[in-house]
Design a protein around this ligand. Sequence first.
Ligand SMILES: [Ca+2]
Length: 533
Amino acid sequence: MRGRVWSVAVLLLTIILAQPGPARAGSNAPQGLDCAALAELAITDTTPLAATAIRFNDSNRPVIPTPSGTVALPDYCRVRAAVLPQINFELRLPLNDWNGKFFMAGCGGFCGRVLADRPGYSNAINVALVRNYAAVTTDAGHWAPHAADGVWAYNDRSAEIDYSYRVIPEVARVARAVITAFYGSKEQHSYFSGCSNGGRMGALAIQRYPDLFDGVLVGAPALDWRTLAMYSSWVMKANMDENGNFVFDHRKTALLARAVMAHCDASDGLKDGQITDPRQCTFDPATLQCPGNDDGLECLTKTEVQVVQKWYQGLPDTHGAGWSYKVPLGSESYWPRWLTPPPGRPGAFYLFGDALHKYIIHEQDPGPGYSPVDMDLERYPVELDYMREIYRADNPNLSAFKKTGGKAVFYQGWSDPAAIPEMTIGYYEDVRKKMGGQAKTNEFLRLFMIPGAGHCWESPHPSPDIFNPIEVLENWVEHGIAPERIDARQYDGTGGTIRSRPLCAYPGVAHYNGTGSIDDASNFSCQGAVQGD
Ligand SMILES: [Ca+2]
């Protein structure tokens, strides 16, 4: 139903090879090639495919955790290949009961691995496969030992372009060709889903390739790698002493988290261990300062107070470029992983920032001898403009996507110290302005802010954040049910629900109706949504 490029070679081979095969079990069986025969497909700019039928029995069938509980993985045809020059992907095609739909996953961080199975990770595709999607995931054009590695991009413009955007239409093109060859028909609906860099890919998909997908899920998007490079430099410098050592003791994050929650919890009108919108609260860490020159785990030193004050105040806009991104209040419990690592550990955000600065965000990469702390934040970083244009996914003009009937659901944790909430909200505000106001934006794009949630796959968080985004998007695309609120749950670790709470289409927020349990979403309504413009 969408415009797409078809390889003549595929169609010819499909006609030649699509002899009637042995009857397959199950309903809605594929009408095209056998799985193994997919290896013979010739597709433009694609290395030969490897195709294997993966069948399970009752004793070895994997069970996949999903937001709706655990579900058994269906038998599938596994297709692996590379689009030239080296974009690797894995496509999984249900052997029976294909739902007639196509799902593509984006990849997190700087990608570099094909991670079809990793539970909860946005690169993984089993969450779609168990819904009988034909589902594909990719490494975005390079191999890397981990998602924070950037060496692959060292003065390699081709790899950088593949990683940024070329991967999206190319993998979709080849996956669609294989799907059509296998099932004997095109898909009826198509979806893209990603978080972090995968969210950036989703945003880029609706900006650059508006007719590629019917529905797109965009989680905590890394919309602008230049801003995140500057932000990483700034949070790192703010936390360093003159000898280059980190100042803030990671063991004090719990103390700080408790103090912020105690101070800000009621700012939303409900003392419930959640901060609905951190912008409604200000907190001065000096209230935790140790007396005199004391130090101890139950108070902050003067220099630690200064670090946290800088982080909460935000990256100074010393050059008029409009950056004032802050480390969000309420994100403290995630800091040891991202910003305040234990001794000997680098901190995930510093790892990403380091690779960004060395290999990814400069037109001429400075390489391994450079560090984020070498960046001069007092002047406009003209040297980052060139690569910014290659990576950025912040174009608010979504007219073409809206015109095709496409739908997009954005989601973002309010306590995400990596993909900063204000960057996502800032982009949403730009879209709302460009697209003619709230009502017109609501017709095709909605943003859901998640109180208490950190970055993407760190879920579950200690707050109601469990929902099934695919289901939300399916309902909108296929049944015209636009999401006004999403009732999210918080699990107790054994499958039971501790509490539920609505997530509201931004700028709406969950408001307690005044009666009944505050742990039950049905006692809340979404309020504060802007009407009209
Ligand atoms: Ca509260």
